[in-house]
Design a protein around this ligand. Structure first.
Ligand code: GAL
Length: 962
């Protein structure tokens, strides 16, 4: 027995797709509380349609919203695999179904002039039927696409009307909506009733170009029936469907999002538009807008709210846009469906280049070698074309949209070709994007995801491997290149951003890229322990799921920026300051504007303490131009440095903008003026033996075993070699380079320690030992040399890996760890900060003096993993509330990680909420760590950032602070 929604093109009653506009026709929002009844199957009687049905016993649901987040059914997460058997167009009998009902009264405006009454749904997941006053008004699929039904003839009586909507979770359409995200159902976007006058503006299509050679604008606004176009600021008052040339207009760009208020007026309707003039073109293989090459510094954005799923609020949309702008992001790919229409308005207004993607993904067919892939099956042709039409028609008037994307990961095929052909015909003013066919038969740009640095380098220089078909190869080689996804921001990372950005900037062919992805899709949930947490795949008991792979964003589920976003902002900064010798080079990486809006401030700090500061004149720099900044005269006249001296320049907004206040930091650069003085050669003082202990300055060692007992009066529970870190998502390398399994097989997470000898001499105590996992002859020989250097103890550690045949993988980390009393609660340090940094991350950090509580040092990655290292630390002080504590000095630097739980606890935890303070402080001091890379989906750490096991020495001095 099959259902209506088990059909390739099941829609009925839908009106032709048209632009989303603001108009003066009367509307009635039907958002709010609806009556709701839930069923596990789709084949229950459709009694909801009956206006007489008494729904008093039903529950209430909020529209827009997903029922799984309001108490019915459960969210489920799969990345690629379909959560149902693959036999299109059929879906299982277990098909959660939500019956929604509400009443409405037509407001006055709805009757004047006898308009048609139109019911509009902005998004319903996945298939639904709607009835008004007992009459079916339409059926539709296309979860992230709008649909309208004419309900005029169904309206019965004059008073209260009954709207009933039955929504099914699964439908044939689910096969083409296999995006990597939560499966969530319901009426999750707005529902509106519109009074459409017969003499209204049925549709509007704005064509607004800019000629960069003359400064002229071209304008034509198409409407299906006659109307007038008014652009008061430009003195335009013409009929629609006419070409207008305007001698001088200000163009729209993401940097200067100039919009002109316009109106399209017919006898019965007034539509308000905001027009941006811009021309998108590929010129000599370069992506340009208004004649200027444009680099996309983008992010992939899913619509996510930790509490409401894809039913995002206006405030969340605005937060996304403002956060992007504040972090130097200039482009968004609306992965993998058209966003809520209001989001694109915000992009027009604040300035973001948009790749608007159709609601299409059939990735699950990849697991079946693409057998019966809808993209190439004629039975799906109309359905796919319908999706593309609804995308383009809805969003065609947004200046911000510069590329149409056919969809994501849907293989290749004739239906994609048809979608592309239709799009190019309908809107030749924009480019077409599609990633999954590398021969690029029907797109205008060559797009790839997760290509390695080496491959991007080849493409950047147009020396990539040739396609077998010479003609196709020539066409592709002439195209601009974009990484529509790269730098998988899952957990700690992504690493390797700088190198990608350098490649993008090395070649005009590169349009830039879009980091995967903007936000973690964690859903707020009460865990089984009663604590609040962000849920990921499996947390709702799904039998089939992809775990934490859904949490891979630059912002946490609550939109707090992660260190990855801060790094990205620094790497793509348009106002870039990079050291060159003893000076800073300032480069304008904007595509359009100069630096007139930028204020430069400088400061000089000795050992992290500011000794001078001032303002620098902002040089007049055109896009892509750069200049070496001279040191201010004052700096040259400063007294000799006390310790290390650094010169810092911060570029900030001189004045407030629509997206950030004056003083907002756009870029930062530092150069070292004076290096650290070499540590004085320590004068060693002979160890003292007292009872069973050896006293070496402030260190107390067990005379027999060499074990450290205390440091400066602080009891020490553990001091040992540590090569293990709580594997990051990138170490796990689910869709890239997996290191973790090999690390675990080697047993690096379970070292056992043996003391070899304890030798006490006139100068020092030397303890030798070996640390190694059980069951293998791989291990690390260690020598610990302790010497009293007058009030402090110096520790020299030598580590020699003993790995017969060599290790096939890099080590996670190489350092020592100590367990210290929990009374220590704060870390002050001189090194890089304020945030975390690993060998290939931390672009957002700089050298200075910082202070953080132990709690503030933790980064709450949704799935717990290694985090929080402060890098290149010269010295650090851990203090208790009374100011007493322990100072560590490195020769020259060390990585410092401090946490109130052990690495083992961090490793074992599945959610941050499960991390309990252990009542002691774990201090990791690392000579090195393995780079982070982006191996969770893509390449692992670059060779320069890999921690190869080799003989290593590091030197630390511990000193009590009283
Ligand atoms: C891509 C895909 C995205 C996401 C990402 C991994 O292949 O397009 O939707 O799944 O990988 O997080």
């Amino acid at each position: 027995m099959s259902h209506w929604f088990e059909d390739f093109t099941p829609a009925r009653g839908n009106l032709p797709a048209r632009a989303w506009v603001r108009s003066d026709v009367p509307t009635l929002s039907l958002n709010g509380g609806w009556r709701f009844r839930y069923a596990e199957r789709a084949d229950t009687p459709a009694d909801l349609a009956d206006p007489a049905l008494d729904d008093a016993a039903w529950d209430e649901i909020t529209v827009p919203g997903h029922w799984q987040l309001q108490g019915w059914g459960e969210p489920a997460y799969t990345n690629i695999v379909y959560p149902f058997p693959v036999e299109p167009p059929f879906v299982p009998d277990e098909n959660p179904t939500g019956d929604h009902r509400r009443t409405f009264v037509l407001p006055d405006g709805f009757t004047a002039g006898d308009p048609r009454v139109v019911l509009r749904f902005e998004g319903v997941d996945s298939a639904f039927t709607a009835w008004v006053d007992g009459t079916e008004v339409g059926r539709s699929v296309g979860s992230r696409l709008p649909v309208e039904f004419d309900v005029t003839d169904a309206l019965a009586g004059t008073d209260e009307h009954v709207l009933a909507v039955r929504v099914h979770q699964w439908s044939a359409a689910s096969y083409v909506e296999d995006q990597d995200m939560w499966w969530l159902s319901g009426i999750f976007r707005d529902v509106t009733l519109l009074a459409r006058p017969l003499d209204g503006v049925e549709d509007v299509f704005v064509h607004a170009g800019y000629d960069h050679t003359t400064g002229a604008g071209t304008l034509r606004v198409d409407t299906p029936s006659p109307a007038r176009l008014l652009v008061p600021e430009l003195g335009v008052d013409v009929a629609t469907n006419e070409d207008v040339t305007l001698e001088r207009v200000e163009p729209w760009s993401a940097e200067v999002p100039r919009l002109y208020a316009a109106e399209v007026v017919s006898a019965g309707e007034r539509v308000r538009l905001r027009i941006g003039f811009r021309t998108v073109a590929v010129l000599d293989g370069v992506f340009t807008v208004n004649g200027a090459p444009v680099k996309l510094r983008g992010v992939n954005r899913h619509e996510v709210s930790a509490d409401r799923g894809r039913a995002v609020t206006k405030a969340e949309m605005l937060a996304d846009v403002l956060l992007m702008k504040q972090h130097n992001v200039n482009a968004v790919r609306t992965s993998h469906y058209p966003p809520h229409p209001a989001f694109l308005d915000l992009c027009d207004e604040h300035g973001l280049w948009v790749v608007d993607e159709c609601d299409l993904e059939t990735h699950g067919f990849w697991l079946l070698d693409w057998r019966d892939n809808p993209s190439d099956d004629p039975r799906w042709r109309e359905a796919l074309l319908d999706r593309m039409r609804r995308t383009v028609e809805r969003d065609k008037n947004h200046a911000s949209v510069v590329l149409w994307s056919l969809g994501n990961e849907s293989g290749t095929g004739q239906n994609l070709a048809a979608m592309s052909a239709w799009t190019k015909d309908r809107d030749p003013s924009r480019l077409v994007h599609y990633e999954h066919d590398w021969a690029v038969p029907y797109a205008d740009v060559y797009s790839r995801m997760y290509a390695s640095h080496a491959e991007v380098a080849d493409i950047a220089t147009r020396s990539e491997e040739a396609l077998p078909d010479a003609e196709a190869d020539a066409r592709r080689r002439a195209m601009p290149f974009v990484q529509c996804e790269y730098a998988h921001a899952m957990g700690n990372g992504p690493g390797g951003l700088v190198e990608y950005q350098d490649l993008f900037e090395s070649s005009e062919r590169c349009m830039g890229g879009f980091v995967w992805e903007w936000i973690d899709h964690g859903l707020r949930q009460q865990g089984p322990d009663g604590r609040e947490r962000f849920a990921y795949g499996g947390d709702f008991g799904e039998p089939l799921h992809d775990g934490a792979f859904v949490a891979d964003g630059l912002v946490f589920p609550d939109r707090t920026p992660s260190p990855g976003l801060l790094d990205y902002a620094a790497v793509i900064a348009q106002v870039r300051l990079r050291p060159e010798g003893t000076r800073l080079r300032l480069t304008n990486h904007y595509d359009v504007v100069d630096l007139a809006h930028v204020r430069l401030r400088w400061s000089v700090a000795d050992e992290g303490i500011e000794v001078a500061h001032g303002d620098l004149p902002t040089p007049d720099l055109a896009p892509r131009a750069s200049v070496l900044l001279d040191l201010p005269a004052e700096v040259l006249q400063l007294p000799p440095a006390v310790g290390e001296r650094w010169f810092t320049v911060v570029a900030e907004l001189a004045e407030e903008t629509g997206w950030a206040p004056a003083g907002h930091v756009l870029g930062r650069g530092q150069v070292q003026l004076v290096e650290a003085a070499l540590p004085k050669t320590p004068v060693a003082i002979a160890p003292v033996r007292r009872g069973p202990d050896l006293l070496v300055g402030p260190a107390v060692l067990d005379a027999r075993t060499g074990t450290l007992r205390a440091l400066g009066g602080l009891p020490v529970e553990t001091l040992e070699l540590s090569v293990w870190r709580a594997p990051t998502d990138n170490d796990r390398g689910e869709h890239g380079e997996p290191l973790e399994p090999t690390w675990r097989t080697l047993g690096l997470h379970r070292l056992r320690h043996r003391t070899g000898s304890v030798a006490v001499s006139e100068r020092d105590v030397v303890v030798t030992g070996r640390s190694a996992p059980a069951g293998t002859d791989t291990g690390f020989a260690t020598t610990w040399r302790w010497s009293d250097v007058g009030g402090a103890v110096r520790l020299e550690v030598d580590v020699t890996p003993e790995t017969p045949g060599g290790l096939s993988v890099p080590l996670p980390r190489l350092g020592i760890r100590l367990a210290l009393p929990r009374t220590l609660r704060r870390l002050d340090w001189f090194g890089r900060g304020p945030g975390e940094a690993y060998p290939d991350t931390g672009s957002a950090t700089w050298t200075g003096r910082f202070s953080r509580s132990v709690e503030e040092l933790q980064t709450p990655y949704v799935r717990p993993q290694e985090n929080g290292q402060r890098a290149d630390v010269r010295w650090a002080v851990l203090t208790a509330a009374d100011g007493s504590g322990l100072r560590v000095r490195a020769e020259p630097t060390i990585g410092v990680t401090v946490r109130p739980w052990s690495t083992e606890t961090l490793d074992a935890a599945t959610h941050t909420s499960a991390l309990d303070d252990e009542g002691r402080i774990w201090l990791h001091l690392d000579q090195a760590q393995q780079g982070i890379g982006t191996g969770s989906c893509g390449p692992g750490a670059l060779p320069a950032y890999r921690l190869q096991a080799q003989p290593t020495r590091f030197v630390l001095t511990f000193e009590p602070v009283v």
